[in-house]
Design a protein around this ligand. Structure first.
Ligand code: SF4
Length: 365
């Protein structure tokens, strides 16, 4: 732990929100829809999960599966109109945020639950120096004066490993590389020492080497601060290094969730299985990369029955004719929303090699 980190945390405010039995966040049957001229898009259709202190939950799925909308609903930054939360609860430390007034929601945003966005260049203000933007968090929320808040900004920039932080505190966002801008965003997001950090595709716009550095930084910060981390991504390779649990989303629902190595070893939903099979592997040189056929559904016209059935090679009549399968518990940490989850576990070989390699790689870091 660096000296600057200790000093930065010395400004931490007394926490007024206290988790119940270590549970920070409970999302319960969340529903969101977008009302447009073309019709109503059912973006989130009963999403439930929880997050404990110090835990990393990865939310995974293709574009349009509802990952980012879930994050926006938790943060209270959904564009309304056209987006509306139409049901469910988002409980932070036991209190439903959705039923609180905007003043309370504003006090939670940033200080209790913070977010790192995918595109740091659009999220940062181009006309203010980066140090000024970080310092503003301390000025606004901690009542610090200009000099002290700027000093805290320098220390945070040092903590997120920006070389020459003291000299570059007055530089503008466009004067930094994409990776460095993402570090600045991360510095801003942890400035108020939030209990939860939501990172929405934080490495998508970065090259592979920088991706690994940013993920490593997020993992370090999470461990130091015992934050709950929600990592939103479409990349199973990214989550392997850091996640404790994975929730896989499809058509606005969680279709499978499990502890990370359990999920890698034996997916029990055909969609998760398809995602895992589409990861390039060194031990399968020369073989065609498997892909999930078809396209994600139009959220204005989600297929009846299981929403995945038009793309599912295991689909039977029941998948088309019966109501959508519910997410049900199969093991200690495993839940799946497939009629044939148990059969899939019996019929398919396990990916134990993939899970072992992933686990070994993580232990080496
Ligand atoms: Fe495939 Fe049927 Fe399972 Fe849906 S319920 S994932 S269509 S097998």
């Amino acid at each position: 732990m660096t000296e600057s980190f200790v000093e930065t945390r010395a400004v931490e405010a007394e926490r007024s929100w206290v988790p119940t039995d270590g549970v920070l966040l409970e999302v319960d049957q969340l529903q969101v829809e977008f009302r447009t001229k073309e019709g109503v898009a059912h973006a989130i259709n009963g999403v439930s999960f929880d997050l404990r202190e110090g835990e990393t939950l990865a939310i995974l799925g293709e574009s349009g599966s509802g990952k980012s909308v879930t994050a926006q609903a938790i943060m209270g930054i959904l564009d309304t109109p056209p987006g509306y939360v139409t049901g469910g609860e988002v409980r932070y430390c036991g209190t439903d945020l959705l039923s609180q007034d905007e003043e309370i929601r504003r006090s939670v945003r940033g200080a209790e639950i913070a977010m790192v966005f995918q595109d740091a260049l659009s999220a940062l203000n181009p006309v203010f120096p980066v140090g000024w933007q970080i310092a503003e968090m301390f000025r606004k929320h901690r009542g610090m004066n200009r000099a002290d808040s700027l000093e805290q900004a320098v220390r945070l920039m040092e903590r997120v490993q920006i070389p020459g932080a003291r000299q570059r505190v007055k530089a503008f966002p466009h004067q930094f590389s994409g990776g460095m801008r993402q570090r600045i965003m991360i510095a801003m997001s942890i400035a108020l020492d939030p209990a939860i950090l939501i990172a929405d595709e934080p490495t998508t716009a970065l090259d592979v080497t920088v991706q690994a550095q940013i993920m490593q930084l997020l993992a370090e910060l999470q461990a130091e601060r015992k934050m709950g981390l929600i990592l939103i991504t479409h990349d199973l390779g990214v989550v392997a290094d850091v996640a404790d649990r994975i929730a896989v989303m499809y058509a606005g629902k969680i279709v499978e969730s499990a502890e990370v190595f359990e999920l890698y070893a034996q997916p029990q939903h055909p969609y998760t299985k398809g995602l895992l099979e589409s990861i390039p592997r060194l031990d399968q040189k020369g073989q065609d990369l498997a892909a999930i056929g078809g396209l994600p559904p139009n959220l204005m016209h989600i297929p009846d029955g299981c929403a995945f059935h038009p793309r599912c090679k295991y689909a039977q009549d029941i998948c088309r004719e019966e109501p959508a399968p519910l997410l049900r518990q199969l093991g200690k940490s495993r839940h799946s929303a497939c009629h044939f989850a148990e059969d899939l576990a019996v019929a398919e070989p396990t990916n134990s090699e993939l899970a072992d390699t992933t686990q070994q790689g993580r232990e080496l870091r």
